[in-house]
Structure formats: structure tokens, C-alpha cells
Design a protein around this ligand. Structure first.
Ligand SMILES: [Zn+2]
Length: 487
């Protein structure tokens, strides 16, 4: 959720890298790398992979300001990603898809199934299938265990260089700062050789990804069109394009493989979803000078230069709203509504517009009506809880957020929201419990332990609640225990 975690986001990319290398490696080591035993066997276990990926994901999510903390963008990219994963042999594997506010065209897979995409790529794609083709390629790097296999090729590495190498692989996603590697005391030469996926891995990810793409019902031609465009803009020296090509090296062979595969596909028009257009409109409305964005959106509508009229009107409404021109936003919202489309993103935009005009009751009604049509759309639930909290209706907010605990129980923000309402209703013990879960999910185990100890001391807990707190405390302390001991 925007707002709730902004205080965690003051680090820029360079300090994020420093954080990864200085803070994360000792942590990763204390949390399990030495359990590997014989590293030369290059057994990069799924558990270790998950742990490293999780750590890296948390550090991006909670330490780096460019993480796109927007439930709607997140719902969209996860929906697309899950559709692709559903047609893979690893359909039960946990994947997490997220986006990074960055105008360069790039995407990356981290160990454990964490797949990130730059907003620059989301905006540069010319169809939903193009975005899906990149996601499918990244998913395949994960399912084919390319990171583990890259690491495994080095036979005589110490554990620390393995961790450093994984982090270097991650850092390379944005053309990474190689000098940081020296800090890790690793063999920079060996690591640099491994920074990019090998060409073989690239071709394998294309091949497996193509299958996912077409099995999930996307346009198989999109892979060739997107990579082809990237390659030609790379040749023209466009600074934005090569980022992806640096981490996923393109070769003539690779390109012709991609083209050959699509060649025999029947031509079939696959329409983009409305959400594809709306998510891009939302991202575009949020960047640049607010007034210029209004002008650009107005111009686009006037010249009818759009693939979706609804998205063009959404873009202008959101641009007006950001520029605090509420009358303009109201006017354009009416035009958008006249298109008679039922879509929760449009509902949420209208609710935001009502909130900006302090019409809280109307905003609540819009969100509740929308929830009754699309109960599984989580961004509506987040918005409702936040709205109730801002209106001081904390008892209701707690009741509504119970569903979020069930549906999005791995999201630290859910617990941050609940802690706020527990605090407002004077429920100290539960507030500390919620904060403990928030810190736990952020990977801050000492903070989680501290909160549970405060819950123990707060007083007022009944026997059942006390034993729940004690059990949870033991569980987390066990996770904190030095490696080597059974968990
Ligand atoms: Zn690749």
C-alpha cells in the first residue's frame, strides 16, 4: 500500500547494493548457507534458493524507493504471471511478480521465483502478449534453474562467493556496479564471467517461455516482435534498450530461433485486456510534470491516438486528479463512465476522485459496490480498509481487514494497517502482535521478537492469547538460532 511503508524507502540504488552486499551476505550466511556443507558439489538447494530470493526481494521491496508499491499494478502483473505459470510444469511453485519504477527496458528473475519488471518495459510494450513474452522468458529462467546452474558451474568457490555471485547476478539487472563486488571479497573475475546468463540459457528460456506463452493463450509472434524491436533499437544506440540485452544477451542465432518458432503459428488476433491499457494509463499519469501530463493526455484524446478510449479517458482523469484540477477530473470521469464499462480500476479511480473532494461516504459506496462485482480483486479491499481508517472507523477497518489476512497474509502492509487500527482502539497486545508479523514479513526478526516481548508485557492478554504469543515467539527465535541446529 502506498504510504504505509514510505519510511523504509529512503535508500537509493547504490546504497541498496551496499546493503545487499554488506548486510545481506552475513545474514544469508547466518541463516543457512553454511548448512550446505560441501559447496563444491554446487548443490544450490531449492530452500537456499528461496531464502536468497526472499532476502533479495525484501531488500528491494522495503529498502529501495523504486519498488512500485501499487496494489493495482501488482494485481495486474501477478495475474499475468500466474496465468503463464499455470501452464508450466512448475505450476505449483510460488512466484511473486513485481515492478520497479525505472524508465529503462528491463526485467529480471531472482532465485526462488521472484520476477521483477521495470515500468519502462511495461510502457514500451506494444501489446499485452509482448509483456507476457518477457515474463514467460523470465519464468523459464526460474523453472530451468538457470541461476543455480550458473552458480554451480564454478566448482571451487567458498560459500561467500556463491552468495556474492547471486547478488552480483541480481545487481547486473541494472547494469550493476561491479566495484561493489570487491567489498564482498569475492573473485570478481569469476563472477563477471557469470554475470549474464549464457547464450545457451537464453535460448532455453526462449524455447520454454514460448511454450508457456502460447499455452496460456497469448500471441506467440509477440516474442519475436518485442525482442526484434529491442535489438534494432540497441543497434541504433538507444540508451534505454540495451539494459535488457546486457542481462539477456541476444545473438543472431537466438533471434532466428525466436522468429522460426513463430513462423508456423497461425495468425490470430489476440486482444489486449482493458487492464493492460488501464495499468499503463495509471503509470503514465504518475510520471513527469503534472501539468505537462495533463497536456499530453488531452492531446492524445483530441487526436484519437489511442488503442483504448477508456484508457485514454482514464489517463486524462488521473492526470487531472494529480494536477489537483478536480473539476476537470470530474468532467472526464463522467465521459469515462458514459462508456459503461464495469472495471474495478475505473471504480478505484472514481473513489480516489471522491476522496479528494472529501466525499468519503460516496467513495465507500463505490468501493463496496465494486467489491460485490469483483470480490477477489484485492486492491479494492486495501482501499476500503484504508478509507475506513482515514475516517476513524477502526472497528469496521479491523473487520474488513480480516479477509486481507486470509487472502494476502504474506503482505507486511496488511499487518501494518491492522496495527494502526489496534492502536487506535486501544488494543495494545494485538497491536504488538500485528507489528511483530509486519516485521517478520519484512525480514526484521529482532524487531518481531521485540514486539512479541512487548505483547507479553503489555498485560491484558487472556490465557489463550498469551500462549499464542509465547508459541509464536519461540517459533521466530528458533528461526533466528545459529545455523547448524535443527529448525
Ligand atoms: Zn534471459
Amino acid at each position: 500500500m502506498s504510504g504505509t511503508c514510505s519510511y523504509h524507502k529512503r535508500m537509493n540504488r547504490k546504497s541498496w547494493l551496499a546493503f545487499l552486499l554488506v548486510a545481506l551476505i552475513p545474514r544469508a550466511l547466518s541463516q543457512g548457507l553454511p548448512e550446505l556443507g560441501d559447496v563444491s558439489s554446487a548443490d544450490f538447494s531449492p530452500q537456499m534458493e528461496k531464502r536468497i530470493g526472499e532476502e533479495a526481494y525484501r531488500s528491494i521491496r522495503f529498502q529501495e524507493g523504486s519498488f512500485v508499491d501499487d496494489p493495482e499494478v501488482s494485481a495486474y502483473i501477478n495475474g499475468l504471471g500466474r496465468r503463464l505459470v499455470a501452464s508450466s510444469t512448475d505450476r505449483n511453485k510460488d512466484f511473486e511478480f513485481f515492478s520497479i519504477q525505472d524508465s529503462t527496458i528491463n526485467a529480471f528473475a531472482m532465485p526462488g521465483g521472484y520476477v521483477g519488471m521495470h515500468t519502462g518495459l511495461l510502457l514500451a510494450a506494444q501489446s499485452e502478449s509482448e509483456i507476457a513474452s518477457v515474463l514467460a522468458h523470465e519464468i523459464s529462467h526460474v523453472t530451468q534453474k538457470h541461476i543455480a546452474r550458473s552458480v554451480g558451474k564454478q566448482s571451487d568457490l567458498t560459500t561467500i562467493s556463491i552468495a556474492a555471485m547471486v547478488l552480483a547476478l541480481l545487481a547486473s539487472r541494472s547494469g550493476g556496479d561491479l566495484s561493489m563486488l570487491a567489498l564482498a571479497g569475492a573473485n570478481a573475475g569469476a563472477i563477471q564471467a557469470q554475470l549474464n546468463y549464457s547464450r545457451d540459457f537464453e535460448r532455453e528460456a526462449d524455447r520454454v517461455g514460448f511454450q508457456l506463452l502460447t499455452d496460456a493463450g497469448f500471441d506467440g509472434h509477440a516474442m519475436a516482435s518485442f525482442f526484434g524491436r529491442l535489438q534494432s533499437s540497441g543497434r541504433l544506440g538507444d540508451n534505454n534498450a540495451p539494459a535488457y540485452l546486457r542481462t539477456h544477451p541476444m545473438s543472431g542465432e537466438r533471434m532466428s530461433d525466436i522468429q522460426n518458432r513463430a513462423q508456423f503459428l497461425p495468425y490470430k488476433q489476440i486482444p489486449d485486456s482493458l487492464d493492460f491499457h488501464l495499468v499503463r494509463a495509471k503509470l503514465r499519469a504518475a510520471i513527469g510534470d503534472p501539468r505537462e501530463t495533463v497536456l499530453a493526455a488531452t492531446e492524445q484524446l483530441r487526436q484519437k491516438r489511442y488503442a483504448s478510449e477508456a484508457a485514454a479517458r482514464y489517463f486524462l482523469t488521473a492526470a487531472f486528479l494529480r494536477n489537483r484540477d478536480l473539476a476537470g477530473a470530474d468532467r472526464e470521469m463522467a465521459n469515462l463512465r458514459s462508456l459503461k464499462l464495469a472495471n474495478p480500476m475505473i471504480d478505484l479511480l472514481e473513489a480516489r476522485l471522491q476522496i479528494a473532494q472529501k466525499r468519503i461516504a460516496i467513495a465507500q459506496t463505490i468501493i463496496r459496490d465494486s467489491l460485490s462485482r469483483t470480490p477477489s480483486y484485492l486492491p479494492l479491499r486495501y482501499a476500503l480498509v484504508q478509507l475506513l481508517q482515514d475516517a476513524g472507523q477502526h472497528v469496521l477497518a479491523l473487520r474488513e481487514s480480516e479477509d486481507l489476512v486470509k487472502l494476502a497474509g504474506k503482505d507486511a502492509d496488511v499487518y501494518a494497517m491492522r496495527a494502526r487500527s489496534f492502536a487506535a482502539t486501544g488494543q495494545q497486545v494485538r497491536m504488538h502482535q500485528a507489528l511483530a508479523e509486519q516485521y517478520y514479513l519484512m525480514g526484521a526478526l529482532p524487531g518481531a521478537v521485540e514486539q512479541l516481548q512487548m505483547a507479553q508485557k503489555a498485560g491484558g492478554a487472556d490465557f489463550f492469547q498469551s500462549s499464542v504469543i509465547d508459541a509464536r515467539l519461540r517459533e521466530i527465535q528458533k528461526e533466528q538460532a545459529p545455523p547448524g541446529k535443527p529448525r
